[in-house]
Design a protein around this ligand. Sequence first.
Ligand code: NAD
Length: 497
Amino acid sequence: MSIPPLDFDPSTVSLPQGHFIGGKHYLTDEPQIAVYRPSDGRLLGYVADAGENTIDHAVSSAVRALKTSGWATRSPRERAKVLTRWADLIDRNAVSLAQLEAVGSTRPVAEAYASDVPFTAEAIRFFAELADKLGGDFAATRHDSVGFVASEPYGVIGAITPWNFPLSMCSWKCGPALAAGNAVVLKPSEMTPFSTMRLAELAIEAGMPPGIFNVVNGRGATAGAAITRHPDISKVSFTGSTRTGAAIMSDAALHGTKPVTLELGGKSPQLVFEQVPDLAHTARCIARGFTSNGGQVCVAGTRLIAHKRIVEPLLEAVQRHLAEIAPGPLWRSTTSYSPIINRDQAERIAFLVDESRASGAELIFGGGCFEGTDGGYFHRPTLLANVTESTPAVRQELFGPVLTVQAFEDEDEGIALAAHPTYGLCAGVHTRDIGQAMRAMRRIAAGTVWINRYGRSGDMIIPTGGFKQSGIGKDLGRQALEANMRYKSVLIDFDRM
Ligand code: NAD
């Protein structure tokens, strides 16, 4: 299949305005938040900062739409038709969506086109296909009664998403929530709001009843918190930092004891045993695992833990990959490396690298940002050796392209080093020994373990979610659809009828 021209002039991209409520743009005179282009730090545009009235209007629209549209009560296959049309429209608008994502987030246009947009469409399509495939629990009861478990949508789900993959994150939240028959009020990150708004426009074009999917813009502490606390929001589905996740959990507990799904931060290990099947492939996995999207990926593999006899050749091969990485404007289709989202975040990464060095870590590659990047903060891929479990870069999620390196002597030590006191999102295990791979898989406390690979595939049936402070519950997979439904137990004594 031929690839259409993707290069574009960033000043020509038009931005959706206001909020998207009740099936249309909703303009207010609320304070505006400036949004910047991560690629060069220039002003991109403004979004409204929703106050409580706007959140209330969005939630009321969703409640009204549920009452009047029949979205929740129609058959799942009918909802699936709308969702499938939505996914098809996303595919059909791949170029403009990829360009909107590239101008307003850290995603290079070619990657957004080749991966973010099709993954977004596929996630929605997956939940459309799954919509009528669950259910069927019939209980073993007395012979004159019938017991079963009926699933129902919650009502209005509040969704809050981060800035690092705006399109995909929206689909991971909306796909299962809408397939299950809920309405959604979603707040994207105030740093990357525009592509989510475009998805909402396409949902209406696909035939989604107005008010079933609403997008509100605004800051987390105000607009985000107002969603969590709203009395008509029945469940909150959040992706973002562990710190914000804790605040949301607390808010949800205090304002209605609401269930939450929390997809949070990580500090994932890449554990490489002596017997790797293919050193070149493993090196590629390590390099990509911590540099993809400039390291701003929740599942980034940022701790290399390698057997002492393999660590040197492995690092040489990893560094060969890193030496090829170069920054470039995100609107050029040849760019494949991402900038840091903004200056504050670039400074935080630099601070944590400095702190790590002050505590004894050795900088063996990279450090600092590339120069001559026209205002963007493209952090160099960075390797830190001589680290311990108390080094800041080992303990904390930097959300940047920084890999710490630790060597081990035997299997027990390697697996012990892979454990993290706070996080348990993912782990990579590289070995030719299946027994060793399975032992490591069992012993590492992480929501996902990749063996001889690193990173998600397009298999939406495989859920994602963390252990420990990396989160609660799952996105994607059957589990995500189930998590967007509540279950009612029914027992009928039919002899009394
Ligand atoms: P963040 O927690 O700062 O913000 C995420 C969202 O929460 C934003 O929309 C923000 O406005 C909102 N928010 C902030 N405070 C809030 C509050 N008190 N109440 C309600 N909403 C609030 O995260 P970020 O910087 O946007 O994203 C990066 C983080 O997301 C990283 O920690 C990364 O690991 C995590 N992440 C996790 C996954 C996953 O699947 N586990 C995926 C992507 C990103």
